[in-house]
Structures are given as structure tokens and as C-alpha cells.
Write a protein that binds this ligand. Structure first.
Ligand code: ADP
Length: 230
């Protein structure tokens, strides 16, 4: 579903992605792990066409991302930092997003599930971080999409919201969707991820099951890196 070859990205002199190769098959939950600054967000934004790599190729469903910017609209993306307009209400923001992407949406169920009904007329600038993250989740899952990319979706969520998020992700997987998640919460990864993609020093250090990663960790100097995650 997503094929990345020889992806290089530098910010000034800082090499963030150093010839990264990665194949993600369709269907399943892939957790992208790695220490802070290892390039998780840069990788995700490259897939979305939001960061332009220095070189390399990314294909989604056989089409080049660099040539097909419109693909961005077909991927459901939850950004790590949602820069919502502070003066809009939750309702107004959802209406605006629906206008931008006129396709069927199921925001009503999600608003109820995440307990957002009492906040629907409140200005986004007045919401807590956790409540804003719930709005971020509603905006991400209200449309159907074959690829869902979630950058740190658990940030600020209470335990109940975490359970709902986990359930939604698993439901999407059951529908055959491809889901990419970056997260620092190892228990979250443990419970739902089919595969781990571990970034280190600008490349894929490991791709496989969490059990295999743990075995590998015991034997190598990856321990210091994974310590950042737990
Ligand atoms: P992660 O998501 O794994 O924490 P990022 O992809 O956000 O890592 O960042 C990787 C490195 O690239 C960090 O050192 C970060 O400071 C740097 N970086 C990311 N985006 C930019 C940018 N737009 N300009 C300059 N440096 C950046």
C-alpha cells in the first residue's frame, strides 16, 4: 500500500531520514516507534506530501506521492499538533471540514462516543488539551479512508477515551484499512499493533512483531533507545 525507497531528508545539516526503505502492506496496524527526534513525524509528513524529501520515492497504491498531491485528501491524518482556529466553535470547525471534503461523514456518532456534545458550541480556544484531542480524533475518523495516519493520537486522552480510540482503530483494521500510528505508549502498541517499524539514526532499525523487537532489544544496544519510549 505504501512503498518508500531511498528516502533522504535533511533540515539544514541535520540528516533526519538517511536512505530509508519501507514497504507497508495493505491492511493492519503499524506502529512507528523511535526516540524523540528520530524522524517519525518527518516520515509521516513525507508520506502525506507535507514534507518534500531531498531525494527518494514514495508510492501509495502504485502512485507517486510527489506527483499526486491530491492523495493528501484521501488519507485520514491526525496531526500531532492540531492548530485549530481559537475563535471557531467545535460545531463550526466540523462544518468547515465537511465543506472542504464533501463526502459522507459520521461525526455525530463520534461526538457522542467521545462525550463532546456539551462542548459542541464552545470555542476551540477555550477547550482543554484533552478535549481538543478528542475533536482531532472526530475530524480524523469522520470520513472513510483506506489509509489512516495517526501522529501521537493518545496525547492528553483520559482512560475512557483511550479505550474508545483503541476500539475505533481496531474497527478500521477489521474493515481492511491500513493504519500507521506513532506513539510513546508501549502498552497501546502492545495491545493493537500488528507490526512495529522502529526508526533509529535516520533509517529503519527494525520491522516486525513487538515480540521480536523485545528479543532484539535484549541483545543489542537498542535498549537505550527503547528506554525513551517506556
Ligand atoms: P520525531 O517525530 O521522531 O520526534 P521529527 O520528525 O519531528 O522527529 O524530527 C526529527 C528531527 O528533525 C528533529 O531533530 C527536529 O528538530 C528536526 N526537524 C523536524 N522538522 C523540522 C523543520 N521543519 N525544520 C528544521 N528541523 C526540523
Amino acid at each position: 500500500m505504501i512503498q518508500i525507497s531511498q528516502l533522504h531528508k535533511k533540515f539544514g545539516k541535520l540528516v533526519v531520514l538517511d536512505g530509508l526503505d519501507l514497504d507497508i502492506e495493505a491492511g493492519g496496524i503499524f506502529a512507528v516507534l523511535g526516540p524523540n527526534g528520530s524522524g517519525k513525524t518527518t516520515l509521516i509528513k513525507s508520506i502525506l506530501g507535507m514534507v518534500i524529501p531531498n531525494s527518494g520515492a514514495i508510492q501509495i497504491d502504485g502512485k507517486s506521492v510527489l506527483k499526486k498531491w491530491e492523495y493528501r485528501n484521501q488519507i485520514n491524518y491526525l496531526p500531532q499538533i492540531a492548530n485549530f482556529p481559537a475563535n471557531l466553535s467545535v460545531k463550526e470547525l466540523i462544518a468547515m471540514v465537511k465543506n472542504l471534503r464533501p463526502k459522507e461523514s459520521n461525526e455525530k456518532d463520534l461526538i457522542e462516543l467521545f462525550g463532546l456534545t456539551p462542548f459542541i458550541d464552545k470555542k476551540l480556544g477555550n477547550l482543554s488539551g484533552g478535549t481538543k484531542q478528542k475533536v482531532n480524533i472526530v475530524l480524523t475518523f469522520m470520513f472513510d479512508s483506506d489509509i489512516i495516519i495517526l501522529d501521537e493520537p493518545t496525547t492528553g486522552l483520559d482512560p475512557i477515551a483511550l479505550i474508545h480510540l483503541k476500539k475505533i482503530i481496531q474497527q478500521e483494521k477489521a474493515k481492511g484499512k491500513t493504519i500507521l500510528i506513532t506513539t510513546h505508549i508501549m502498552s497501546f502498541v502492545d495491545e493493537i499493533a500488528d507490526e512495529i517499524v522502529f526508526l533509529l539514526d535516520g533509517n529503519i532499525y527494525f520491522k516486525g512483531s513487538i515480540e521480536n523487537l523485545k528479543t532484539k532489544t535484549e541483545q543489542t544496544d537498542l535498549e537505550h533507545a527503547i528506554a525513551h519510549l517506556i
